[in-house]
Each structure stands twice: as C-alpha cells, then as structure tokens.
Write a protein that binds this ligand. Structure first.
Ligand SMILES: [Zn+2]
Length: 432
C-alpha cells in the first residue's frame, strides 16, 4: 500500500471510529445526507436506476422502487456506473478462483464473486477508493484495541481486498479452505494467531481438533464469516474456547453487520441504511441501501435473508441496531395448513425441533417439496438405534407443528451421511 493510500485508509479508520458513537437521531441524519448526495449521482450515471426510478421523487429515497439480485444480474452492465459487462467480470473472477491467482482486476477495479449457493452467485465491483474505505472501516470495527494482532483468515479464495489488510501492526495470513485441514492445524499452532476468521463449518472443525488435541493454540478471538452461524453452534464454540464468537455479515450487497467488543452483531448503519419488511412472528427481511458505493450502486436492494432484530440497546453503548439472529433464507420458509390457512414456519423453528430431539444427531437436512410435507435426512452417531431417533424427531416435529395448529402433514425420515463441507453454505432447511 502506498503512503497516500495508507493516509486515506487511516482517515476512513478514524472517521468510522467517530461515527460508531453517533446517537439514533444523528445516525438517521447522517444516512439521509449521504443518500441525498448519492442518489441523484446514481440517477445520472447508472442507466438502469435512471429508468427504474422514472416518475419518482428522488428525495423520498426510502420509498424508491426496490431491486433484487435477479434484476441486478440481468441488467449488470447498465446497473454499474462504469458499464462493465457481467460476462467479462464473471469470467475474470471465476478464472482467478480456479487458478488461485487472487488479483483479479478489470482495469483498476477489484472483481469478486460472492459465495452464494451455486447458481446464485453475485458479482461485485469495487473501485480503488471503495477498497480503501472498506479496509479502513472493517479494521475500525473489528480491531477493538490497537495492538499487534495476527489474523488467520480461512477463505475459499483470497482477494485483493483481503491482501490490503496486512500492515506492520497487523499481520495477516491466508489459509486456503480448499486445502486439507491437518497441515493447516500445524500452521495455526506455530503461527499462533490472535484472531481466527473462518466460516462456521471450519470453526466447528477447529473445535473438534481442539478437543482431540490436534489444535493446541487458543486464539483470543474467533470471527464467523461467509455463512450463518446457528445459535447452538455459537454456544458450543463459545463454551469450549471461553470467548464470545463474533460475526461479520457481509454480502455482494455490502458490509451489513459486525459484532462489537461485547459480542452483539450490530448493523453497520453508517455504511448501509436498512429498511425492513415484516414477515410476522418477529422476523423481518431487509432492503439494503449502501450509502457509499458508486461503482455498483446498491439502492433499495431486497435481500433473501430472514433476520430477528433485538429490541434491546447493547451494553457497549453503540446505538447501532443489533441483529439477534440471522435465520436463513426467505426462500426456505416452509408452509403448513392450520385452521384452513397457510401458515409460515421459519427455518429456525424446524432446526430447533431437530436439535431438541436427540443428542446423537450429528447433521441433518430438512426438505419441504410442497406445503404440509417434510423430508428429513439425519446423520447420527454410530451405535444409536435409528427407530429411537426417528420417534424422537417425529415427536418434536409434531409438538412444533401442534403449536402452530397444524395437524395434517406428511413426514418422512431417512438416514444418510451428510457432509456440507467447508466451502458451501450449509442449507439445512430447503423449500423446493
Ligand atoms: Zn455492542
């Protein structure tokens, strides 16, 4: 990183620290000021948005028509403000991933693919200025104390973006998720990172390695990325390592939320303005407006995620809203009939039913092929009686559904070895 880039990054770092203390009103004002500057500019430079917003008052930005991944990908060239065609960006990102050459650039743009489920991968473009903003801000929000820090980062693919994180005070080592774990455990034991950043599936592998003695190093902090961390997994990891398990919730659509020093997952409301659609039963789905990005503007973009928000203020003192739980995808909400009506069952409720059923269940997948039907696949520990487990799962599901008033449904249970791997998002509940 050049001296001038370093100065710019430090300035972003300082300002992000300062904004972390904004109260609700000033945060709201800040969002509004940023949006009022951004939106007319986007209308001028993105042919897609200009067309999409025709006849709307741009000052009333929280009510502009929404967009989603399908619209973005179908109109990628007109959507971004540099007219980069999707095919060129996609080929470059994919080629870089295959060749493990992690410097995919299109001119001076960084190109990346999000780790979405196959077929739904999103593209992102970042200008050099946007990269510096990202680096400065993510460091400000994740490094709670300024001290020498070694970070071990487990990722599917390294990126320009992450390579910029390194510096004199902060050492950064990339661990390749596509490689075997054993030699990497050795490296962790000798490198002794302060912070381990990895997808939850890998954190669980590290837990198993720590329990059997292959991993002797104990990091000061662990941060879960790239996939939703289930509450039971979080509790399990936290109990063993004696630290809160933090999260970074980031997507093609932006840097959405980061855990604070007290372990609460705060929406980064000075980076993204989120509006919510109420799904009932305390769940919401977010619409994202990224207040900073201009190369690929993300404005009123509908995410597919189901969130539960906290109504409590965090003890850290920040007024940024806290996410209680990221519950999965909106597409995976299951439906049952109760009292002649179609009733939504959130993935988390089904997951809880399975977890409560029997401790010998190691992994599972729940598929809903149609309303009122569930196909459950279980992976269980050796030497457990399948009939016993089937009965326990049936009882739990029945109890859960009875709470919703559903009595007529079809349930099938079978046993097989499920291994999601560490590279993929673990979709444990799927609505087909
Ligand atoms: Zn907090």
């Amino acid at each position: 990183m050049s001296i001038s880039d370093m100065l710019i990054t430090s300035a972003y770092f300082g300002r992000a620290r300062w904004r972390w203390r904004l109260n609700r009103q000033r945060l709201r004002d800040f969002q509004n000021t940023k949006a009022q500057q951004l939106i007319p500019w986007v209308a001028q430079h993105s042919a897609f948005y200009r067309q999409h917003w025709q006849g709307h008052d741009l000052r009333d930005w929280r009510n502009l028509p929404t967009v989603d991944k399908r619209l973005m990908m179908a109109n990628f060239r007109e959507f971004n403000t540099l007219q980069v065609p999707a095919a060129a960006a996609f080929d470059l990102a994919q080629q870089a991933e295959q060749e493990r050459d992690f410097v995919p650039r299109l001119g001076d743009l960084t190109v990346g693919l999000s780790s979405g489920t196959s077929g739904h991968r999103g593209l992102f473009l970042l200008s050099p200025a946007e990269q510096l903003l990202w680096v400065g801000t993510i460091l400000a929000r994740t490094l709670h104390h300024i001290k020498p820090t070694k970070i071990a980062f487990f990722l599917r693919a390294n990126s320009n973006l992450y390579q910029q994180l390194g510096g004199r005070l902060i050492q950064f080592r990339y661990f390749d998720l596509t490689q075997a774990l054993e030699p990497q455990l050795e490296m962790l034991n000798t490198y002794q990172p302060t912070i381990i950043v990895a997808p939850p599936a890998l954190l669980l592998q590290l837990l198993a390695a720590a329990q059997n003695g292959a991993l002797t190093h104990r990091p000061e902090r662990m941060i879960s990325v790239a996939d939703a961390l289930a509450s039971d997994e979080q509790a399990q990891l936290s109990r063993f390592f004696g630290i809160p398990i933090e999260q970074i919730y980031q997507a093609t659509e932006g840097l959405l939320a980061i855990s604070c020093a007290h372990g609460s997952l705060h929406i980064q409301e000075d980076l993204v303005a989120l509006d919510f659609e109420d799904l009932g039963q305390g769940r919401v789905t977010p619409y994202v407006t990224d207040l900073w990005r201009r190369t690929q503007p993300i404005i009123r973009y509908r995410l597919n995620d189901v969130l539960r928000l906290s109504s409590q203020a965090c003890s850290c003192g920040s007024s940024f809203t806290v996410i209680e739980q990221i519950e999965g995808r909106r597409d995976d909400i299951c439906y049952f009939t109760a009292y002649g009506q179609r009733q939504a069952m959130f993935p988390d409720s089904l997951r809880r039913a399975i977890l409560l059923a029997h401790p010998a269940i190691l992994e599972y997948q729940i598929i809903q092929p149609a309303d009122d039907q569930l196909q459950i696949t279980l992976t269980v520990a050796n030497a457990t009686d399948p009939t016993l487990i089937s009965t326990a799962v049936e009882q739990q599901i029945q109890r859960q559904l009875a709470e919703y008033g559903c009595s007529a449904y079809h349930l099938s249970i079978n046993f097989a070895a499920i291994d999601y791997g560490t590279l993929n998002k673990r979709r444990r509940v799927i609505r087909q």
